[in-house]
Design a binder for this molecule. Structure first.
Ligand code: PRP
Ligand code: ZN
Length: 291
């Protein structure tokens, strides 16, 4: 049923670090679908794309083989699986590091100290390349999960695993000491889907929306009133998109100014605007910016 109903599919992680942000991104792109972690398949009612929720480790192969046309996946999993897919965009969420962690009291301080050790991991391919690049001869113990337990179970001496907040490592008496790979979520496509005219048109439409929501992220829309003669001064304070919109108000000598400001500087900008004569300052979130 899945592969044959002719609708395009995007694979996302069913239940994990990327799930919430993946769903939020698709919703920000205007896709309307019911998402439940139990259901594998969520049809989208207003766009020719259905959402397939699966184990993240399966996403690279699914997209490579065309079971799904698109996928949202961490670069860590993508690189480990070595799948032939087309990377459309880095998504700016799901940031994490693949790191080597050692027991708290371990004497290991530098990469060369790993010589002769057993390293437990679910990332044997990436780890192998890292060890080779660093000319370290260590034994890779390939595990299928719960890697953080390996040192205390004496299955491995150290581990190579994903660290996001660092809580898991700490709770298991481990100290992170070197980064093997930095990763974030990426949007990927099946190469044949990119060459298919109909599918490509849908991918292009989705990409415009993805870029729109990425443009908007971290930005706020700013509106304020000000005396017309303060506009020149205010303009210098507003780091606007191109130039701010200035419209006259019914009250003579007063104008309304609209602009876009970055989230991280917006309090600074507001304080300066107030000092420069602005009043009734309103700040609202922006959902998308299409250029
Ligand atoms: C990783 C890793 C740890 C956890 C670390 O799993 O295996 O369990 O995240 O996160 P923390 O530093 O915030 O404690 P991942 O999310 O990659 O899940 P998966 O391997 O089960 O897909
Ligand atoms: Zn996984």
């Amino acid at each position: 049923m899945l592969a044959t109903n002719g609708r395009m599919k995007i694979a996302i992680q069913r239940n994990g670090r990327l799930t919430e942000d993946s769903v939020a991104l698709l919703r920000a792109c205007g896709l309307s679908f019911e998402f439940q972690k139990q259901s594998l398949y969520s049809p989208c009612s207003n766009f020719d794309l259905d959402v397939l929720a699966i184990r993240d480790d399966d996403i690279p192969e699914y997209v490579q083989d065309g079971v799904a046309d698109l996928g949202i996946i961490g670069e860590n999993v993508l690189q480990e699986r070595n799948a032939r897919v087309h990377i459309l965009a880095a998504l700016g969420f799901g940031g994490c590091k693949l790191m080597i962690s050692v027991p708290q009291r371990s004497a290991i301080r530098k990469v060369s100290d790993l010589h002769g050790r057993r390293i437990g991991t679910t990332y044997p391919t990436i780890l192998k390349a890292f060890l080779r690049d660093n000319k370290v001869k260590a034994e890779i113990i390939e595990l299928s999960g719960s890697v953080e337990l390996a040192p205390s179970l004496n299955v491995a001496d150290v581990i190579c695993d994903i660290v996001s907040t660092g809580t898991t490592a700490k709770m298991n008496g481990l100290r992170t000491f070197c980064t093997v790979l930095e990763s974030q979520a990426v949007l990927v496509a099946n190469p044949a889907a990119m060459r298919d005219k109909k599918k490509r048109a849908i991918i292009d439409r989705l990409m415009i929306r993805v870029q729109g929501s990425q443009e908007a992220s971290g930005k706020r829309y700013l509106m304020m009133n000000a005396p017309a003669d303060s506009v020149a001064r205010l303009k210098r304070v507003i780091p606007s998109l191109k130039s701010p919109t200035v419209v006259p108000l019914a009250e003579t000598g007063m104008v309304a100014i609209h602009s876009v400001v970055a989230e991280d500087v917006f309090w600074d900008v507001m304080e300066k605007l107030k000092k420069a004569g602005a009043s009734d300052i309103i700040v609202v979130p922006i959902e998308t910016i299409i250029r």
